[in-house]
Design a protein around this ligand. Structure first.
Ligand SMILES: Nc1nc2c(ncn2[C@@H]2O[C@H](COP(=O)(O)OP(=O)(O)OP(=O)(O)O)[C@@H](O)[C@H]2O)c(=O)[nH]1
Ligand SMILES: [Mg+2]
Length: 346
């Protein structure tokens, strides 16, 4: 999965990116026109616990890719075509909003920034839809697609994102190839000052986010970058001293996961304990395909153990004895926390 860190210039995207990827407190990279790419491990206590039981040669966490994209310099400047292309290649967007006074002393106004940035996304989509409809109205044979696009245009013209439309799955399919920007799941990250990080968010911001179906969280990127730069042993102590439960990276990833309907399943053994990412609702063969396409093609069945049940008894043998190791077929819908073993034949 790939999440784009977007937002206006000097809002702290690169600082946050460095914190998330553990590159420490350094800014500058990702500035200007260059995009930064980073992969982070998804922290998961369940992986640690399984690893403690199996003592495998390798422990592998799920991964998430971030792209740190340079933002427009201000309202009205617009997103350049390279950035738009990069946005289209992401699964979800994390929009970084400035919650601290700017260098020139300009006060933070996250609510306005949020509205402005969404307008950019909406405008881009509107242009795409209008161009397409102009052609379609002269042709025939695209009636279903045209109907969905007309509905989109109405919403976009009213300044609302496509995200807020309740499209049926068959309508979604008609427009999936457009990869509309205002349809992307969006997590707004308010980059606050050290003083404000524990404070509740402003009511108008909460309201604006709700109307747009946007999730909110606040972080202090500077603190997070400092934490990330500390040696592992000191991180917990520092967090406690700041009154924080865990680094923002963990919260951020959980939010992003939730937002995207991603879940984790595990494969275990003496060789490797590993977490994998799949979409909520995926059936066993699709999940198997995340591990290897051969396993999806040759899928026969999956042996399933529930993480919680497994932790209670502590071994595969006991799971079998108590009848808790289940054999599931092609129609099984994988659940978050499933420990899976695939049987396949190629
Ligand atoms: N006061 C304060 N300054 C911050 C915070 N986060 C970032 N900054 C500062 O804001 C400036 C810009 O940070 P960057 O992370 O480079 O911002 P950016 O969004 O990547 O900027 P562009 O790449 O130009 O789009 C740097 O001087 C940071 O030190 C914060 O939480 N509080
Ligand atoms: Mg940057």
């Amino acid at each position: 999965m790939k999440a784009g860190l977007v937002g206006y210039s000097q809002t702290g995207k690169t600082t946050l990116f460095n914190a998330l990827t553990g590159q420490g407190a350094q800014t500058g990279a990702g500035r200007g026109t260059k995009a930064n790419l980073g992969v982070i491990k998804v922290p998961d206590l369940r992986v640690d616990k399984l690893s403690a039981i199996f003592k495998p040669r390798r422990t592998v966490y799920a991964e998430m890719t971030f792209v740190d994209l340079p933002g427009p310099r201000g309202k009205g400047v617009g997103l350049d075509s390279a950035t738009i292309q990069a946005l289209r290649e992401t699964d979800a967007l994390a929009l970084v909003l400035r919650g601290f006074s700017g260098l020139d002393g300009e006060e933070a106004n996250a609510t306005r920034e949020l509205a402005d940035f969404e307008s950019e996304l909406i405008l881009n989509d509107q242009i795409v839809v209008e161009r397409r409809l102009e052609k379609m109205r002269k042709e025939r044979g695209h009636e279903r697609e045209q109907a969905v696009l007309e509905a989109c245009l109405e919403v976009l013209s009213a300044g609302r994102p496509i995200r807020t439309m309740d499209l049926a799955p068959e309508q979604e399919r008609e427009i999936v190839s457009y990869a509309f920007l205002s349809q992307r799941p969006l997590l707004a990250v308010i980059n606050t000052t050290e003083q404000d990080v524990a404070k509740p968010l402003a009511a108008d911001l909460e309201q604006a986010a709700k109307e747009r179906r946007i999730e909110l969280m606040s972080v202090c990127a500077l603190i997070e970058a400092e934490i990330a730069a500390l040696p592992q042993e000191d991180q917990a102590e520092f967090l406690t001293s700041m009154g924080l439960q865990e680094p923002a990276a963990a919260r951020f990833i959980r939010k992003a996961y939730h937002l995207l309907d991603y879940i984790s399943f595990f494969t275990v053994g003496e060789d490797e304990v590993r977490a994998w990412t799949t979409r909520r609702g995926d059936k066993a063969p699709r999940a198997a395909g995340r591990v290897h396409s051969d396993i999806e093609r040759g899928f026969i069945r999956a042996e399933v153990m529930k993480y919680d049940e497994f932790m209670l008894v502590g071994s595969e043998a006991k799971m079998k004895e108590t009848g808790k190791l289940r054999i599931e077929g092609k129609e099984y819908v994988v659940q978050d926390g499933d420990i899976l073993h695939f049987r396949f034949n190629v």
